[in-house]
Write a protein that binds this ligand. Structure first.
Ligand code: FAD
Ligand code: 2HG
Ligand code: ZN
Length: 476
């Protein structure tokens, strides 16, 4: 089948208007959010139903054409970007955007994969429920992308990752069959839990077309506090206390290192940072209170008082209203964009056991300072989950390009330390193409072979998002 026959066949699957082919039209789908990866798509197809996805995959299977599924294209690991060969089709889920059904009594919602995360949150709140997955990209990332990357975000310590919030999935297999696993059950022990294989598989096993997600009762009040701390060790101590004090009301415990602050202020000068002096670490704590506004505020005030009295914290503010709490979150949510605007930097998305976070940070900072003098340790993230974005920025007066040319050395140093602290080199962003080879270096060889076996069993022709997560299959 030549190119024009292929495009005509794709147009028969989804309608001519929904097959993009010119470089101008396909360009936004051929580059990732960070502008780190750029590829070239043979075409971008946008099916509007599960049946249309199945038709596209049947065609791709018959013609041996690789398919890269793309949701909101906010992924951090280059997983949704086609390669440069110009032979891969990008399958965009943006038209799979229906909220199919809300079952308030069962506390579930069934949505198509291209529904934007924020739209699910809104639909849940309209029936008096909460969909708790929350991340800074929620205005543009999709449920399909959240599930395919097993996204984490800021409420994991209370509600879990995307994986923990999905009860059922609908998936189109690489040969175009539809698996309807849209069960809204909290108990179902009828064999292998296939949905958990697709969740976190980053488009390498099939296309997720819909999901049944769990809903929760919304809290009576949410309040946020920001505390300044002398060290990461103090932050871990504070987390331990706050967990004991707030129990399940603790919904977020985030940290921000000092080096992040001037970068945020430079790129978002209108945002007001609440503290005059720069301190080593700031913690952002959120409580979701099921009693009342007053109870939420008093609990946080008590936590703050105790932390100041015991010299774990040096200062703090409490969001006195929803708007003030939101303003504190806005600062946190813009860190990623501020770093992107600052220029090339070396990202890490690591997890270590919470008990080892302080030792990891201290060792990493010390070793990086020695090997890369002046490098800025602009780490932040989800301390409550043991997950830090241990990002390293070029020294202020250095050439960022020259600094980033040394990224393999920086990665090796950080990731060797992660391994020494029993951690993971990708906590929530997935492997995509960014961490694929490094993951093979650190992963247990049996685990890697089992993963290759799964890929071989579910996608024997290797058509689903080739080159992501796993490298080329070993011979034989
Ligand atoms: P895409 O980027 O389009 O795709 C991501 C991967 O999923 C690709 O491998 C793609 O092939 C695959 N995929 C997408 N849809 C499907 C589908 N329907 N079926 C099969 N495979 C599919 N992530 C976090 O975990 N926590 C955070 O706190 C967080 N914060 C972020 C903040 C910002 C400012 C930004 C830009 C990103 C952030 N991310 C975070 C990363 C990103 O938003 C998440 O990974 C998100 O889940 C990706 O969703 P998406 O729809 O944009 O997916
Ligand atoms: C966040 O927590 C995201 O804001 C992005 O996971 C992290 O930009 C990053 O490194
Ligand atoms: Zn994160």
């Amino acid at each position: 089948m030549n190119r024009s026959e292929l495009l005509a066949s794709l147009a028969r699957c989804v309608g001519e208007r929904h097959v993009l082919t010119t470089p101008t039209d396909t360009a936004p789908f051929s580059q990732d959010w960070r502008r780190k990866y750029r590829g070239e798509a043979a075409a971008v197809v946008s099916p509007a139903s599960t049946a249309e996805v199945a038709a596209v995959l049947q065609l791709a299977h018959a013609q041996r054409i690789p398919v890269v599924t793309q949701g909101g294209n906010t992924g951090m690991s280059g997983g949704a970007t086609p390669d440069g060969s110009g032979t891969q089709i990008v399958l965009s889920t943006r038209r799979l955007n229906r909220i199919r059904h809300v079952d308030a009594l069962n506390d579930t919602i069934e949505v198509e994969a291209g529904v934007v995360l924020e739209a699910v949150q809104v639909a849940a709140s309209e029936v008096g429920r909460l969909f708790p997955l929350a991340l800074a990209a929620q205005g543009s990332c999709t449920i399909g992308g959240n599930l395919a990357t097993n996204a984490g975000g800021t409420a994991v310590l209370r509600y879990g990752n995307a994986r923990d919030l999905a009860l059922g999935l609908e998936v189109v297999t690489p040969d175009g069959r539809i698996w309807n696993g849209l069960r809204g059950l909290r108990k179902d022990n009828t064999g292998y839990d296939l949905k958990q294989l697709y969740i976190g598989s980053e488009g390498t096993l099939g296309v997720i077309t819909a999901a049944v997600l769990m809903l929760f009762p919304p809290p009576a009040a949410r309040r946020t506090a920001m505390l300044t701390l002398p060290s990461i060790d103090n932050a871990v101590q504070l987390l331990n206390r706050v967990r004991a004090e707030l129990g399940p009301a603790l919904t977020a415990f985030e940290v921000i290192s000092a080096a992040c602050v001037p970068v945020l202020q430079r790129h978002f000068p209108a945002m007001r940072w609440p503290f005059e002096t720069l301190v080593p670490v700031v913690a952002l704590i959120e409580t979701s209170d099921h009693e009342s506004e007053a109870h939420a505020r008093d609990t946080l005030a008590f936590v703050l008082e105790q932390a100041l009295e015991d010299e774990i914290a040096t200062d703090g503010v409490i969001g006195e209203s929803v708007a003030q709490s939101r303003a504190l979150w806005t600062l946190r949510e813009h860190l990623s964009e501020a770093q992107a605007l600052e220029g090339s930097h070396i990202k890490h998305d690591i997890a270590v056991p919470i008990s080892r976070v302080a030792a990891f940070v201290d060792a990493a900072v010390k070793q990086l300072q020695r090997g890369f003098p002046g490098a800025r340790m602009a780490w932040f993230g989800h301390l409550g989950d043991g997950n830090l974005h241990f990002n390293v920025l070029a020294p202020v007066d250095a050439d960022p390009q020259a600094f980033c040319a040394r990224q393999d050395e920086v990665n090796r140093l950080v990731h060797d330390l992660v391994q020494a602290h029993s951690g993971s080199i990708s906590a929530e962003h997935g492997l995509g193409q960014l961490r694929r080879d490094e993951s093979a270096r650190y992963k247990d060889s049996v685990e890697l072979a089992l993963m290759q076996g799964v890929k071989q069993a579910l996608d024997p022709l290797g058509l689903m998002n080739p080159g992501k997560v796993l490298g080329p299959m070993p011979e034989g």
